[in-house]
Design a binder for this molecule. Structure first.
Ligand code: FE2
Ligand code: FE2
Length: 530
């Protein structure tokens, strides 16, 4: 060590926030952010202010896991009220946008009856004028598309709402982020800066390259108490060195959920980056410390908060050469473009892949494979499985693909042939569509309909049909949200009797009885490919 240079401790947690709420993907595009502000955050905050006891008891009830209840560990009404009032005052523009979306939907429902939509442009609420195109589908159902690039350049996209909260994490327990705002606890430092700020890269570089406290303090503009507290997040201890894979073949490592790192001597690929920090725990795992200096390709399968996580992505931004996302349809409210969104967050090398499109790399390739279902039958195109070819190995990462149309895999098989290793998510019960998309619906979906349209992955029959169709030799059930460090984005607690566990156990048993290697991944795993 030299002249007081310091590293950022490996247990410093980085929570990206939008107006005090954890920044998951729908809080960044202006239109989805506006709807979540009025239909999720303000409602939950009002309900909490009204009856904090209800929230306190609901979060202790396992049957209500993931529900709209704040997990604040004690009465924080005054602070929630303050957050609510500040939000309403500072984001009146987004409240107006949310109401305008509601009005536009109502106008279309009422007046678009198959005749030309041209006369309705004059009735588009003023704040949306010039930002939408009115359209019919071929059955004369009216809708609108948003001109997203312009919305990001409008006053609706206000980066003053963005900040990053730093604190030390010592265990897995974190409140569920969709329903609990992040209140200051006196042990954190809030960096009020846009996610795209290069100062953040300077900070996260310090996990591997030491710098002086004074230099980073000034870069981040910290003073007084904040600067003092921030000092405690630094250490002179040299971090563990990562041994890059140097073998002739390839190696994959499971980091939990859908996050898998595949490395050859020359290329590193990280799937759905969602990582644990390094701290003492009973569940052994790979963490941020187990990544190569450079990640050549980060692949995102779809726009759910357990697969695209800014907390991880921002910390890795300076190490990611290319970030690959599924192609987007363009402009529907429920399907914001990940390419635009990541660009707003400071990513310069975003590659959008269409279905069956391929990126070649040294000794291999990445192919985007169609991903059906798991989005409550909403027209969402931003989803993709990925086939990785490395030498003569073929690995298919299907994430939460739900095999609702088995013929698809017959067509895919004709093109890609047999698959060696198949990774499949089997969260086959899934939440009702309103869980994530409810705030975007401007008319309430009746409960039976809502519950029939689920965010569910493949069950036993569906997963087995893919295994058979693609003649897989190895099957790994993953993306089950079982790792204890994922509770804050998953809010799932399985028992042996949970359907996804029963269904995946059956799949594993059937596969093994046929001589196929099969396992449900949990915690960590390493496989070497010759
Ligand atoms: Fe999903
Ligand atoms: Fe998932």
């Amino acid at each position: 060590m030299n002249n007081g240079a310091k590293y950022l401790k490996s247990n410093v947690m980085v929570e990206p926030l939008v107006d005090g709420w954890y920044a998951w993907a729908h809080l960044i595009p202006p239109a989805t952010a506006a709807r979540n502000l009025t239909e999720r955050h303000l409602r939950i905050m009002d309900s909490y202010i009204d009856s904090p006891e209800t929230h306190e008891s609901a979060v202790k009830n396992p049957a209500l896991l993931g529900g709209p209840f704040m997990d604040l560990g004690g009465n924080r009404v005054a602070e929630v009220k303050q957050l609510r009032d500040n939000t309403v005052r500072q984001r009146s523009c987004l409240v107006t946008l949310s109401r305008a979306i509601e009005q536009l939907d109502a106008i279309l429902r009422e007046k678009a009856s198959g005749y030309s939509l041209e006369s309705l442009y004059a009735e588009v609420p003023e704040c949306l004028q010039g930002y939408v195109e009115l359209v019919y589908d071929l059955n004369n159902n009216p809708s609108f598309r948003l001109i997203e690039p312009l919305l990001y350049k409008s006053p609706f996209y206000d980066v003053s709402s963005q900040s990053v909260m730093l604190s030390e994490i010592k265990g897995d327990d974190r409140p569920f982020v969709l329903s609990t705002p992040r209140l200051e606890k006196g042990d954190s430092v809030q960096l009020r800066m846009p996610f795209a700020s290069e100062q953040l890269d300077a900070l996260f570089r310090m996990k591997k390259q030491p710098a002086s406290f004074e230099a980073i303090r000034d870069t981040l503009g910290l003073t007084g108490e904040d600067a003092e507290r921030f000092k405690s997040f630094l250490t002179t201890e040299t971090p563990r060195r990562y041994e890059k894979y140097q073998g002739e073949g390839a190696r994959w490592r499971y980091f939990g959920h859908a996050c898998i790192l595949l490395e050859t001597k020359n290329v590193s690929i990280l799937m759905d980056p969602v990582l644990s920090y390094t701290y003492e725990s009973d569940v052994s795992r790979y963490t941020y410390d187990d990544l190569p200096e450079v990640i050549d390709y980060a692949l995102i399968t779809h726009d759910h908060q357990d697969h695209i996580l800014f907390e991880t992505l921002l910390q890795l931004r300076h190490r990611i050469r290319n970030i690959v996302v599924p192609r987007n349809g363009g402009g529907s409210l429920q399907d914001p473009s990940l390419k635009l969104l990541l660009k707003q967050c400071g990513f310069r090398n975003v590659i959008e892949l269409s279905e069956m499109e391929e990126i070649p790399f040294d000794r291999g390739s990445i192919t985007a494979v169609p991903f059906l279902g798991e989005h409550g039958d909403l027209n969402v195109l931003t989803k993709s499985a990925y086939l990785l070819r490395v030498d003569n190995h073929k690995l298919l990462f299907a994430a939460d693909s739900c095999n609702i149309a088995p013929k698809l895999y017959e067509h895919i098989h004709r093109d890609i042939g047999d698959v060696d290793a198949f990774f499949v998510g089997m969260e086959c019960d899934g939440a009702p569509v309103s869980w994530i998309y409810g705030p975007l619906l401007t008319q309430r979906l009746e409960r039976p309909k809502d519950h029939s349209r689920r965010l569910a992955g493949s069950n036993y029959e569906r997963a087995l049909a893919i295994v058979e169709q693609l003649h897989c030799k190895e099957v790994y059930v993953y993306a089950m949200g079982q790792e204890p460090w994922l509770n804050y984005v998953m809010s799932i607690k399985y028992t042996e009797k949970s359907n996804p566990i029963i269904q995946s156990d059956r799949l594993i048993e059937t596969c093994r009885s046929r001589g196929i290697t099969a396992e449900r991944l949990f915690g960590e795993k390493e496989i070497l490919l010759p």
